[in-house]
Design a protein around this ligand. Structure first.
Ligand code: ARG
Length: 566
């Protein structure tokens, strides 16, 4: 495999410099910018610099070592300080195709994370408010990261840290008592609760004292007033249904729904520990921890004694460390909470623990429409579920148009519509703001999820129930550029997944799949796949089959379903 060969070259060169010159030099093995120059490129400028010896000498020496590194290396040349090597394409192709055939969807797995545990905190909507676009992003990114990490052998534990405690519950109770009705809500909880929430905000504009009433109501919940506590429990349960509707649609699951309320009785010990360690300081009646020059202090207790987001997160972090014994914990939360997580980490360090570097904020950007922030506030602006439904609807129209006789149109449209939304998100690096255009996302052409599904379907329809025999391939074919390009990309799958895992970036896989699909479609435009000649047909089938396996598995890692027909 290319990756293995690259690794071999790297290791043998580094070892060579170590033994011959007693120097630790890091070698980087790349792919040449211009593929005509070879398959692998090794720049040796750093070696020249470190050893202070003439370039031609270093190049000659390195060429020798590279040649010895692998039997699959055929020719070696250089352009200045870049050494370029070609590898035996036939040998590589055979190995890659055999592996894919044998492993199927297991192809690309690795044990990068063997024995390591990662806890993920994602989605985490504030229930009793509307499920926002930001929470959708967190859900999709978190879900994909979990799948990617699992594929790399990590053990994961996924937590939906529900925002199930806060003044929004006070607002809901006030609104319910004033304008609500039990049976009504029970019949259609999502809509009715949203209506109440919207109405509360509208009326509060006219009548600000409602806000005080809401605070008072929330205080009663905090004081465990049985009636209010019961109402909280009921509203929590009914509100959760909106989120669950979305999880069901997306096929997302969690190992735990322990939200903010779960930590109500777990904060005191943490506050006590801060106190014992003399970290707490009073500031205008509130309790804070100083975090130095670099950032503002962390608020631990409000002046009215109320608890805070930070204190809860701190309690949750220690609970999780103890309970799940994670090596790393990932918080998939928007850019706007950068400071919060920086403070959380700083607190851990201040308290004398050494695991703050294992606490990672997996940040992400906003959704924009026409350059402006898209918002779900006041419920009305963008109803998320409706956005997903709209995508499914558009997909239905497209599918019906392209393939009127398709049997399970609804099922296919669902997979395609969701693929559109999920892919439009994950193809961008998560930290960026993204411009969202639903019509664009659903298209079968361009950089879309449906384009990838469509490519996979094309392959499925070529292969149908046909079989192929790897031992009857004509391996000479794989030297042709359009054949080899596919082989090369397929061979990179594992290292692409590992990179996505290390960088916590599903976009690495998304981009890879796009170029794989492009290469396949190019191949298909040049080559008739189902030909008479047996050895050519076997080779083509093997390659197409491998491409489909990788496409489908790659889609799965993004949280997208493949389809067999569309
Ligand atoms: N519910 C929070 C919000 O919507 C996100 C929670 C993220 N996770 C955490 N442990 N703080 O802003």
């Amino acid at each position: 495999m290319i990756e293995t060969i690259k690794e071999q070259i790297k290791l043998s060169l580094e070892k060579f410099y170590k033994t011959k010159y007693n120097q630790e030099i890091t070698i980087v093995v790349e792919e040449p910018k211009n593929p005509e120059l070879g398959d692998i490129s090794i720049p040796v400028f750093s070696v020249v610099k470190a050893l202070r010896r003439p370039l031609p000498e270093i190049v000659a020496e390195a060429k020798d070592e590279i040649q010895k590194a692998s039997v699959a290396i055929t020719s070696i040349s250089n352009v200045g300080g870049f050494i370029n090597a070609c590898i035996d394409k036939k040998l590589l192709a055979k190995e890659v195709l055999t592996q894919v055939k044998n492993l199927g969807a297991g192809y690309g797995s690795s044990d990068l994370g063997k024995g390591k545990r990662v806890t993920l905190d994602y989605s985490s909507p504030n229930i009793a408010k509307s499920f926002s676009i930001g929470h959708l992003r967190s859900t999709m990114i978190g879900n994909s990261l979990k799948l990617i990490l699992n594929k790399c052998g990590y053990e994961t534990y996924s937590i939906n840290y529900l925002g199930d405690w806060g003044t929004q519950f006070g607002k809901m109770i006030v609104a319910y008592k004033k304008w609500g009705n039990y049976e009504d809500i029970q019949k259609d909880p999502i809509r009715k609760l949203t209506d109440l929430y919207v109405r509360f905000h509208e009326e509060a504009k006219e009548n600000p004292s409602l806000e005080d009433e809401a605070r008072e109501a929330f205080r009663k919940i905090e004081l465990q007033d049985p009636e209010y506590l019961e109402l909280w429990r009921w509203i929590r349960e009914e509100s959760l249904k909106e989120s669950q509707q979305i999880y069901e649609l997306l096929g997302v699951q969690f190992d735990s729904y322990n939200g903010e309320a779960f930590y109500n009785d777990k904060m005191d010990v943490v506050v006590k520990e801060l106190e014992d360690k003399h970290l707490l300081k009073e500031d205008q009646g509130a309790q804070i921890v100083d975090l130095g020059e670099a950032m503002p202090p962390a608020l631990i207790k409000r002046s009215d004694g109320g608890s805070l987001y930070m204190t809860r997160d701190l309690a949750a972090l220690f609970y999780r460390k103890k309970e799940y014994r994670f090596d790393q914990i990932l918080y998939v939360v928007g850019n706007e909470q950068k400071l919060h997580f920086a403070q959380l980490k700083a607190l851990v360090t201040k308290m004398g623990y050494d695991f703050s570097e294992n606490v990672e904020h997996i940040n992400f950007g906003l959704y924009l429409t026409d350059g402006k922030k898209m918002s779900t506030r006041k419920g009305g602006v963008v109803k998320l579920y409706d956005v997903l439904m709209k995508a499914i609807h558009l997909a239905y129209e497209l599918v019906s148009l392209k393939n009127p006789s398709l049997e399970n149109k609804e099922e296919v449209a669902k997979a395609v519509g969701l693929a559109a939304i999920v892919f439009a998100d994950l193809k961008n690096h998560r930290s960026l703001d993204i411009e969202f255009n639903i019509e664009q996302a659903v298209k079968f052409e361009g950089q879309t999820g449906p384009y990838l599904q469509y490519t996979s379907v094309r392959i499925a329809s070529i292969l149908k129930e046909k079989t192929f025999d790897l031992s009857k391939c004509n391996i000479e074919l794989f030297e042709k550029p359009h054949y080899f390009e596919l082989v090369r990309q397929i061979s990179l799958f594992q290292s692409i997944i590992e990179r996505a895992a290390i960088e916590r970036a599903p976009s690495v896989i998304a981009k890879y799949l796009l170029s794989l699909a492009q290469s396949f479609n190019k191949f298909y435009s040049i080559e008739k796949i189902n030909v008479e000649e047996e050895s050519i047909r076997n080779s083509n089938f093997a390659l197409a089959h491998a491409t489909r396996i990788v496409l489908n598995e790659g889609l799965r890692l993004l949280g997208i379903q493949y389809v067999n027909e569309m």
